[in-house]
Design a protein around this ligand. Structure first.
Ligand code: ZN
Length: 267
């Protein structure tokens, strides 16, 4: 017989409950707040109901695939946002500058793309701040957007965003383009399922299953054509979110903004 309280079922149950509560506070709660409830997170441009959307490409830069995405986007006349992994960007400084020179926006996808649940607070801040410093150094301009890998959260993700002066941006439409079973047609279909005014579309210019970037590339012309047929303007995140950041203050209540009178006669 063990001595670990096996004779006291009540104590065992309360220990399990305590462990569950600890997990909830340490990992579950930030995940719930950030990933699902979007507290302090932008998942879609609020906009004014106008059909506008932003394409975002994660996990690059990759010297094999990213230049081909630049060519395709140039042919289509679409500005996009690339959420870059710091350690990849460090190996491809010229490619990072090329992305910016082509008129696209760059976002921070952390230094080494580790899941937030595997990182303590200090490591989380390093992952965010090191990538921000490198990308800002390479690009010579602020990096205003942060996307934690897998959209996963711990408490330090918000702190890292604040310290790097970035907005946390997730997505509202997915192509599921990193999966092995994705096809160009399935990518177009999945994105269209999530398409709403202000949509932020998650795609990848690198990584994923074998051949994944090829399939995303092949999907792009059809995807862009379908979105435009539906009346959507395709913008960078800067353009999609920039305009609404000014009046709304990014969700922070402003002392002067309280008199919006949306409710009419309430005091
Ligand atoms: Zn990623």
């Amino acid at each position: 017989m063990g001595v670990g309280g096996a004779g006291l079922p009540g104590r065992g149950a309360s220990l399990a409950a305590a462990a569950g509560a600890a997990w909830l506070a340490v990992e579950g709660l930030p995940e719930l707040l950030g990933h699902y409830l979007h507290a302090g997170v932008v998942a879609r441009g609020a906009g004014d109901g106008r059909p506008r959307a932003a394409l975002t490409f994660d996990d690059g830069p990759d010297p094999a695939s990213t230049p081909r995405f630049l060519e395709a986007l140039d042919r289509l006349g679409v500005p996009a946002t690339f959420f870059m992994v710091g350690r990849r960007a460090a190996r491809e400084p010229a490619l990072v500058r090329e992305v910016l020179a082509a008129g696209h926006t760059i976002g921070n996808h952390t230094w080494s793309h580790r899941h937030a649940w595997t990182l303590g607070p200090a490591a989380t801040l390093r992952e965010i701040e090191d990538a921000a410093a490198l990308l800002e150094d390479l690009g010579g301009r602020p990096v205003r957007f942060l996307r934690p890998p897998w959209g996963a959260f711990n408490w330090a993700v918000w702190l890292g965003a604040a310290r790097t002066r970035a907005r946390i941006v997730l997505w509202s439409a997915v192509g599921d383009d990193w999966k092995a079973r994705a096809t160009p047609a399935s990518i177009v279909r999945r994105v269209r399922q999530g398409l709403r005014p202000g949509a932020i579309v998650l795609l990848h210019d690198a990584g994923g299953a074998q051949g994944a970037p090829e399939r995303t590339l092949a999907a792009l012309p059809e995807l862009v054509a379908r979105m435009r047929q539906a009346g959507f303007a395709l913008l960078s995140l800067e353009q999609l979110l920039g305009a609404e950041a000014a009046p709304a203050g990014g969700g922070l209540p402003s002392p002067a903004g309280g008199g919006g009178d949306a409710g009419g006669s309430r005091p």
